[in-house]
Design a binder for this molecule. Structure first.
Ligand SMILES: Nc1ncnc2c1ncn2[C@@H]1O[C@H](COP(=O)(O)OP(=O)(O)OP(=O)(O)O)[C@@H](O)[C@H]1O
Ligand code: SF4
Ligand SMILES: [Mg+2]
Length: 354
């Protein structure tokens, strides 16, 4: 963690990971009967800084581009525009081998923990294989490192002799974490690390993530749908809608003063740790527009209770609002004056499409 030279704030130093106007297009090929499919604009002009030691959560409904953004940071998906910097060094456009080496500091924890483990290999063999690929030739060093890492994630070192089907969902998460931590990353992209786990197991996995962050000086990009977890864990939160970041700020500010209409409708329906709101169905009604279509103006227009005809004329850009976070809404100042919960009423946007 590098403290900011001006303020001394340990979380405000140079970014370990920086995205500059990153856009990602997927697909765009011939489909069934040679019909040309338009590409999906999965990520649109995303700029984000991840500072050493922080937990930045990426939140948004299914299909908004969270995994695509994570895969792009890892180099599994190529950005169509913009650039990615790791520790200040541009990795976009590097030759494949140089890019792979530069990206070693980032590891990805898959949405499906079991998918990261070979069902036919013992845990020890899978974990050692990663070390072998990364040049650790000495067998006893590999075994010692695997045993120590199993302990670090709260598992018995004898787990190395067992196979993936012998572990519970929570234990598989621990094993998946052990596999990537052996590679000594600095940044982890955690894609839905607690999905599919029951509440008590979720809590132990989250506590483990916090412990591991301290112990190994890690920085997390935390992808989640679960707002109560996001509120508890994050330093900062980025809200994503249809490929764009629409609100970005400290978790404290975004949860206390949600300003983008999309954030407000998401938070209004979410269960809260503090118990200030009850659980309920999402107030964000309807489906997001087709991601293959490029519509003019604000992409939340069709579902927004605050929409006005002018919102179709320009694409809102992130602007800092009075409470301190960045918000991409042309009517952010009006929305900020609303009560804490935005009731979803038929929007002008919805009428436009009707
Ligand atoms: N290989 C692909 N080809 C074309 N479109 C794709 C491809 N992979 C994903 N998409 C589309 O890109 C968009 C973003 O998908 P992505 O998986 O990044 O969403 P997500 O936010 O991670 O969703 P979830 O919360 O369900 O995991 C979606 O519209 C999805 O259908
Ligand atoms: S720009 Fe208009 S349509 Fe978009 S979120 Fe703001 S108020 Fe709603
Ligand atoms: Mg995903």
């Amino acid at each position: 963690m590098r403290p900011d030279p001006k303020t001394g704030d340990p979380k405000a130093g140079d970014p370990i990971l920086a995205l500059r106007d990153v856009s990602v297009r997927l697909g765009g090929r011939k489909g069934f009967l040679q019909r040309t499919l338009l590409p999906v604009q999965a990520v649109k002009q995303v700029s984000l800084d991840l500072r050493g030691g922080e937990i930045l959560s990426l939140v948004g409904e299914s299909g908004c581009g969270k995994t695509t953004l994570g895969r792009t940071i890892l180099g599994l998906q190529r950005e169509s525009e913009g650039e990615i910097l790791l520790e200040g060094r541009r990795v976009s456009g590097l030759a494949p081998e140089a890019a792979r080496r530069a990206r070693n500091i980032v590891q990805y924890s898959h949405q499906d923990a079991g998918a990261a483990l070979d069902p036919w290999w013992s845990i020890g063999r899978t974990l050692e294989e990663g070390l072998k690929i990364h040049g650790v030739r000495n067998v006893s060093e590999r075994r010692d490192r695997v045993a120590a890492m199993l302990q670090a994630v709260g598992l018995d070192p004898t787990s190395a002799r067992r196979y993936p089907h012998e572990f519970s969902g929570g234990q598989l998460r621990r094993l998946a974490l052990a596999r990537i931590l052996l590679l000594r990353p600095r940044v982890l992209i955690l894609d839905e690390p607690t999905s599919g786990l029951d509440m008590s197991v979720q809590a132990t996995v989250l506590n483990l993530l916090l412990e591991l962050r301290e112990r190994f000086s890690l920085t997390y990009l935390f992808i989640s749908h679960d707002l109560s977890v996001v509120e508890r864990l994050s330093d900062r939160v980025a809200i994503m809608y249809l490929g764009r970041i629409v609100e970005l700020g400290t978790a404290k500010t975004v949860f206390a003063h949600p300003t983008h209409p999309y954030t407000r409708t998401l938070l209004a329906a979410a269960p809260r740790l503090t118990g200030r709101r009850a659980a309920g169905p999402s107030l964000v009604r309807g489906d997001p527009p087709n991601p293959r279509l490029v519509v003019p103006g604000c992409s939340f227009f069709d579902r927004c209770p605050m929409a006005r005809p002018a919102c179709q004329e320009a694409t809102p850009q992130l602007q800092t609002v009075a409470t301190g976070q960045d918000v991409a809404c042309l009517r952010a100042d009006v929305v900020a004056q609303q009560g804490p919960i935005l009731e979803q009423t038929a929007s002008i946007g919805a009428k436009r499409r009707a």
